[in-house]
Design a protein around this ligand. Structure first.
Ligand SMILES: [Zn+2]
Length: 348
């Protein structure tokens, strides 16, 4: 069968192979026909040779961690043939660490977890794949065009879950959320903020293209200013840019008892002048919290599936800027100037 693969560590080794073996029975009892995979920055980093690890004993890695498929067979009876399903990306480490031992593999302590399409497990950019029931997340049938957004939504579902857990350390009545960065993660974070009834503000450099309208369609206020120029202090910040100046600015901008979730990954290596003492004063004297968040566990995937089910399918569809058939795979992996989310389609 066909699969989109790379040789990890070798730049530009992206290749559509025709002779990928059928998924091994050990991958799980549920056999799934691929419908589509979403493409993100992690895929671009893997293709650039900066990241990624092939399964043990193999040279190539099948790409794809933002999955959507249709169940072909499930002898366990967990799912029915025809059901829409997505595969959870991360699997717990084999030790396991205390977190992986209780299903919180998103909080793995030893780094020995594996990830489909990223780290030592084949990805979902192949015509068929298999899942164990505990890594199979069913999707409402209304999500047949957009269900590959579940993986990025699981990331923001975890971010919101942890914001709320931290918030409840004391009386907590948030009213405003600032989301920095209006890519797929930022826009989905804004969606989940609007579903919570908060006043949502989205900040991004873009003044043209689809981002301002996508934010406004959620009822959010769109800003293309500096963080310092905002005329309010947000109760919650979901930082999705990883841009050093934005990261530092939002930590200083949060309201008293504010919570800042850092969900963007900086590239590092660039330094800027910064008054660490002033930041310390702001955090201590206002009881503020800054925390990092990555990945998601089963509970977050289920929360994300519910959030997508409640969202406007037309808005979700408008996040997808390009749908590319698998035969045009090379094109799909080249970022375009106005791309939000690019999707590679298998069976259509
Ligand atoms: Zn672990």
């Amino acid at each position: 069968m066909r699969a989109v693969t790379v040789t990890p560590g070798v730049a530009d080794s992206l290749e559509l192979v025709e002779d990928q073996p059928e998924p091994a029975a050990e991958e799980g009892a549920i056999l799934v026909e691929a419908l589509a995979v979403g493409i993100c920055g992690t895929d671009h980093e893997i293709i650039a040779g900066q990241y990624g690890e092939a399964p043990p004993g193999e040279r190539r890695l099948v790409l794809g961690h933002e999955s959507l498929g249709r169940v072909l067979e499930d002898p366990t009876g967990t799912l029915q043939p025809g059901d829409l399903v997505a595969g959870i990306v991360r699997h717990p480490d084999p030790v396991p660490c205390p977190n992986c031992a209780v299903g919180e593999w998103d909080m793995c302590r030893n780094g020995r977890y594996t990830e489909h399409g990223i780290k030592a497990l084949p990805g979902f950019a192949r015509e068929r794949w298999r899942l164990q029931p505990r890594f199979a997340v069913p999707l409402d049938r209304s999500l047949g065009e957009v269900g590959m957004l579940l993986e990025p939504t699981s990331i923001v579902a975890k971010a919101w879950d942890h914001v709320e857990r931290i918030g409840h350390r004391a009386e907590w009545q948030p009213r405003t959320v600032l989301v920095t960065g209006a890519g797929p993660i930022g826009l989905l974070a804004a969606l989940l903020g609007s579903q919570r009834g908060l006043a949502v503000h989205v900040l991004d450099l873009a003044t043209t293209g689809p981002k301002p309208e996508l934010a406004r369609a959620l009822g959010a206020t769109y800003h293309s200013t500096q963080v310092d120029d905002l005329d309010f202090d947000p109760d919650v910040v979901i930082e999705c840019t990883g841009a050093p100046k934005v990261v530092l600015d939002v930590m200083c901008k949060a309201a008293p008892t504010g919570i800042v979730c850092l969900a963007g990954v900086s590239s590092g290596g660039r330094t800027i002048d910064f008054d660490a003492g002033a930041l310390n004063r702001a955090l201590v004297l206002e009881n503020n919290v800054v925390f990092g968040s990555v990945n998601a566990n089963r509970r977050h995937w289920d929360l994300a599936a519910e959030a997508l089910r409640r969202a406007d399918p037309l808005w979700l569809g408008s996040l997808i800027s390009r749908r590319v058939p698998v035969s045009g795979y090379a094109d799909a992996y080249v970022p375009g100037p106005n791309d939000i989310k690019v999707v590679l389609e298998f069976a259509v």
